[in-house]
Design a protein around this ligand. Structure first.
Ligand code: N01
Length: 546
């Protein structure tokens, strides 16, 4: 029996909901939430803007897109059968494989029958009388539900650069997060890539393989480290499948749910020789070890951060032949790891190729996009293709793009104007019966691990509400204040928060996002879960339930 049909406020007219729950987004969180809602016996629909499932892995089909957390730590952990059925081909799987995986999940659980594709949500309005939400799609249709669950991702609102003339280019151009389905042939073409974040790095190293000529427009260099990807052998496959319980146990224990976790030693507690040997080992190892498995003080102690930055700078100088180009590629304004470290495969060597040019936008800024290419303060560059790897309006951007209104018609965008305030990234006071999966201030890291935790927490709350005949859940303002104090405390002393990046809520291409905020939860995933578990264990006293 559905919750909406069974639980009615005493004396009030029976609310007429189209669905118990509406989920926005059919990415990794939306798919898993749908599975759990069905298990609860709730009638749910998922509205998805795309034509298929996959979210991030549906939209980001740019050349070179792949995991940079180990494939076997990334998949869903909740279905042991699926874990045995699915074989990842590489230690860091490419995007088409991940998209196939998510389609396989959708097939296995017959999820598509409850997903409406090509359905972009334009607005959602809380209805105080009905204690539910009315969701409006871009086609103007309205859909009423008791519970609204946002599964709209952290990095799903792409941003184009604010450059004059962007619409005038006569060649082909795409944002990496809106890449076409048809393969793009770069052979013999003059290609530009704007942006050198994790996406730009993956794109550049792939496009450089075949482009006639590639020009990279770099505004801020990033500290990149080798991915060391390779195929998974049959023997490794057997070992991986036999050790899934240990793999996921390890992910639960580590700081950010990766297989790597900080080394308990401080940078200067070891001899210079030991330090160098440790870093050499990390640099030669696959994955994020060098970022999240480094000395524990790397992101809190300036001198420690300087040491590791110098180590990586030496690597860049060794790998890039032209010293002037190498210097341009070495960040000078932020230390190693204070931004998300892009993992690369021969990225630096790309700049040794005769068909690749690095343009430093700090020295020679882009002035405008022209019908034939890009004009900088120094030169006119002609292109056949321009690729915008210019990132996302992260964390809150996808929320801002929906007109979400809570009690008294208050717009979420307005409520968050000075920075998002949440309860554990999942609830907002003033927005009853709305639950966010991966909302601002959830513990991020190895994302699927955060997703599974958030979905299970929301599902447990819904179960609790059903068992107690409750139809209303709202975060208490004092609980939000307590949570935000915890978020602020976790951020204190972290070098990460002294740097502009999507993790500090800065995007110079978005109005009103020029100043740093504590946009991201910087505590550990175990601390995050302990906090949320305590809320549940205390009977959800942090929430008003009715
Ligand atoms: O975006 P970004 P991203 N002129 O914001 C530049 C995840 N991810 O898509 O730094 C010139 O990091 C901008 O320059 P600046 C991962 O979490 C995961 O690359 O603002 N340049 C920057 O270089 C990652 O952190 C995977 O000076 C302009 C770039 O565009 C997150 O997604 C793979 C400009 C944007 O970099 C976002 O990464 C890829 C302008 N006007 C990404 N405007 C996995 O492996 C912007 N830029 C799972």
């Amino acid at each position: 029996m559905s919750l909406a049909a069974s639980d009615q406020v005493a004396g009030a007219p029976r609310p007429r909901f189209d669905h118990d729950a509406i989920v926005i987004g059919a990415g990794m969180s939306g798919l898993y939430q749908l599975i759990r809602l069905r298990e609860l016996g709730l009638g749910a629909v998922v509205f998805e803007a795309g034509t298929g499932v996959g979210g991030t892995w549906y939209w980001n089909r740019y050349p070179g897109a792949r995991f940079d957390s180990e494939s076997y730590s990334y998949g869903y952990s909740f279905d042991p059968e699926l874990l045995q059925e699915w074989s990842w081909s590489e230690h860091f799987a490419p995007q088409p494989e991940t998209l196939r995986y998510l389609n396989r999940v959708a097939d296995k659980y017959d999820l598509r029958r409850d997903i409406r594709f090509r359905s972009r949500v334009a607005a959602a309005q809380y209805d105080e009388v009905a204690r539910g939400w009315t969701v409006t799609l871009e086609d103007g249709s309205h859909h009423a539900c008791r519970f609204l669950i946002t599964a709209i991702g952290v990095l799903s609102a792409p941003t184009w650069p604010r450059i004059e003339g962007i619409g005038s280019f006569r060649g082909q151009s795409w944002h990496t997060a809106r890449w076409p389905r048809e393969p793009v042939d770069f052979a013999g073409k003059r290609v530009a890539v704007i942006g050198t974040g994790a996406t730009g790095v993956q794109t550049i190293q792939e496009v450089a393989k075949t482009a006639g000529h590639l020009t990279v427009f770099q505004r801020t260099p990033n500290w990149c480290a080798p991915l060391h990807n390779r195929p998974i052998t049959e023997e490794e496959q057997r070992r991986i499948k036999a050790s899934y319980p240990e793999i996921f146990r390890r992910c639960q224990e580590t700081f950010s749910c990766f297989l790597h976790t900080p080394d308990p030693r401080g940078t200067f507690e070891v001899t210079p020789e030991e330090r160098e040997a440790f870093w050499e080992r990390l640099y030669a190892s696959p994955g994020f070890g060098i970022w999240v498995g480094n000395f524990r003080d790397m992101l809190t102690d300036r001198a420690a951060n300087r040491e590791i930055s110098e180590f990586i700078a030496r690597k860049i100088r060794q790998r890039v032949k032209d010293p002037a180009v190498a210097e341009k590629l070495i960040p000078k304004c932020h230390g190693f790891g204070t931004k998300r470290v892009p993992l690369e495969t021969n990225y630096y060597e790309v700049y040794n190729q005769p068909n690749v040019l690095l343009v430093d936008c700090r020295e020679t800024p882009i002035e405008r996009i022209t019908p034939t290419g890009i004009r900088t303060s120094e030169a006119e560059h002609e292109f056949d293709i321009i690729i915008y790897a210019t990132g996302f309006d992260a964390l809150t951007g996808a929320f801002d793009r929906i007109d979400i209104r809570g009690r008294d018609g208050l717009a979420l965008k307005e409520k968050w104007a000075g920075g998002a305030r949440t309860l554990a990234g999942m609830l907002v006071d003033g927005f009853p019966n709305m639950f966010m999966l991966l909302g601002p201030h959830t513990a991020l890291g190895n994302i699927p691990r955060s997703i599974e935790y958030n979905v299970d927490w929301v599902t447990a709350l819904l179960r609790h509400m059903r068992e107690h005949h409750l139809t209303f859940a709202e975060a208490r303002p004092e609980a939000v204040a307590a949570w935000m104090a915890h978020v602020m405390a976790c951020a204190e002393g972290l070098l990460t928060f002294e740097v502009d990046s999507w993790m500090t809520g800065v995007n110079r291409n978005v109005e009103g996002k020029q100043t740093r905020t504590i946009a991201r939860y910087a505590g550990s995933a175990p601390a995050y879960r302990a906090w949320c578990d305590a809320v549940a264990a205390e009977g959800y006293r942090a929430l008003t339930l009715a």
